[in-house]
Write a protein that binds this ligand. Structure first.
Ligand code: GLY
Length: 418
């Protein structure tokens, strides 16, 4: 009798365990571990394509406050990420259907190669054409990359020794004029220039990239290796006129995505130059991020590392009642994750540490806390990013570039494991 009850109890516990496990497997889309979950991602992206009727000039970016899909045209700074996602899916699945789609969404961006009105051409062309060249070897893309690099170099100024991010514009207060604003994000555009030198043999592109990086090291960074968002220059003397924020909490604070752009950018500089000073600088930024007292346990940062500091009063209209819980920025986490995977590849003392942090971060991003469930949020993969809190835009929302760097992290993880 007792034996019988014990067996029944064991059976019951076993069944319960199986039910709990299968339920948690279902809700937790753990993309880092199985092909099944890559299938989930491909179905999300497939649905995104259908949602815009396969029209590559309607490029998914985020959702609106009332939950509708928000798309951008080809000149928006995020326009290259969706094509990039398609290239990464081609690479992850090997399925030719994704290559064809990636080509279609990439080539819709053709005229961007001549665009000179801001610095974002690096993001746009490198994520689309750059990945087409890297992952599918499409030779014709080389000339687009070189043309785009030429367009970007029109924004370089030998007096400020940097590339202008935005044209002259007013700062926060509506009074201060920024004449030659350079934002930390600009570090991400340098890869286009390095690629152009690699493809053309013309060192002008690389020299500009290196000079821009050196100027950024000197003027954007504080002693603790956190970065200002915006540095404005005087184009006659080359002097710094202003150090400020555009999307961070306050001028002196540490906007999370900016820290991620800088980290990724300096690692890229090392990849192409093998100049140790860039690697050392990247490690210093990585350590600033990873040792930050406000970095949560799951490594997904608040949208600004200083956003929890109640002593800081932003100049923009911040409503703490509206945001009682300080928001995370999943996009910053995804960029950081991908960057840490690359940093770990280099032969440095803390390589193992960076790799483990990247694994942990990817695991967090792939958890049900941050990942959309089926059909949720217009088929974006991740949720809970912050576009710009001061602008009241894309708050706690999915963002196409969070998905891009998440997919890149998955690829990089596979590389590390292989
Ligand atoms: N590059 C613009 C942003 O990170 O919001």
């Amino acid at each position: 009798m007792i034996i019988c009850r014990t067996i029944k109890f064991i059976n019951f516990t076993l069944i319960l365990t199986i039910i709990i496990l299968s339920a948690s497997c279902h809700s937790r889309k753990n993309v880092v571990n199985s092909d099944e979950e890559i299938d989930y991602i491909t179905s999300q992206v497939e649905n995104s394509i259908n949602a815009v009727n396969n029209d590559p000039t309607r490029i998914p970016r985020t959702i609106t406050e009332d939950g509708k899909l928000r798309t951008v045209g080809i000149y928006g700074w995020t326009s290259g990420f969706f094509a990039g996602n398609l290239w990464y899916l081609y690479d992850l699945t090997g399925d030719d259907k994704w290559r064809k789609r990636a080509i279609k969404w990439t080539e819709a961006l053709d005229s961007v190669q001549y665009y000179t009105e801001d610095h974002d051409i690096g993001f746009i062309i490198n994520c689309s054409y750059g990945n087409g060249l890297r992952l599918a070897g499409i030779k014709e893309y080389e000339k687009v990359i070189i043309n785009a690099a030429k367009s970007l170099t029109t924004r370089y100024n030998p007096i400020t020794k940097s590339i202008k991010s935005w044209n002259r514009k007013k700062a926060w207060d509506g009074e201060t004029e920024w004449y030659f604003p350079v934002i930390i994000d600009n570090m991400m555009n340098l890869e286009l220039l390095f690629e152009a030198t690699r493809l053309s043999g013309d060192n002008t592109f690389k020299d500009i990239a290196v000079q821009h990086a050196l100027t950024t090291m000197q003027n954007h960074y504080r002693k603790d290796f956190s970065s200002y968002h915006v540095v404005d220059y005087d184009t006659i003397t080359g002097n710094v006129l202003d150090k400020a924020t555009n999307q961070g909490f306050v001028d002196q604070s540490s906007w999370a995505r900016g820290q991620a752009w800088g980290l990724y950018g300096f690692i890229t500089c090392y990849r192409y130059t093998k100049d140790e000073q860039f690697l050392q600088f990247a490690e210093n930024i990585a350590n600033y991020i990873l040792n930050h007292p406000n970095l949560p346990e799951d490594l997904v940062p608040y949208w600004d590392y200083d956003a929890t500091n109640s002593k800081l009063i932003p100049e923009w209209d911040y409503d703490p009642e509206k945001y009682p819980v300080v928001l995370r920025d999943v996009s910053a986490a995804a960029i950081t994750c991908s960057a840490l995977f690359e940093l770990a590849e280099y032969n440095i003392e803390n390589s193992e540490k960076y790799k483990n942090k990247a694994f942990k971060l990817l695991e967090s991003l792939a958890s049900s806390t941050y990942m959309n469930t089926d059909n949720e949020n217009n088929y974006f993969i991740l949720n809970h990013s912050v576009g710009s809190l001061p602008h009241g835009a894309e708050i706690n929302a999915p963002l196409v570039y969070a998905d891009y760097y998440f997919l890149e992290s998955i690829r990089r993880k596979k590389k590390v494991l292989n």
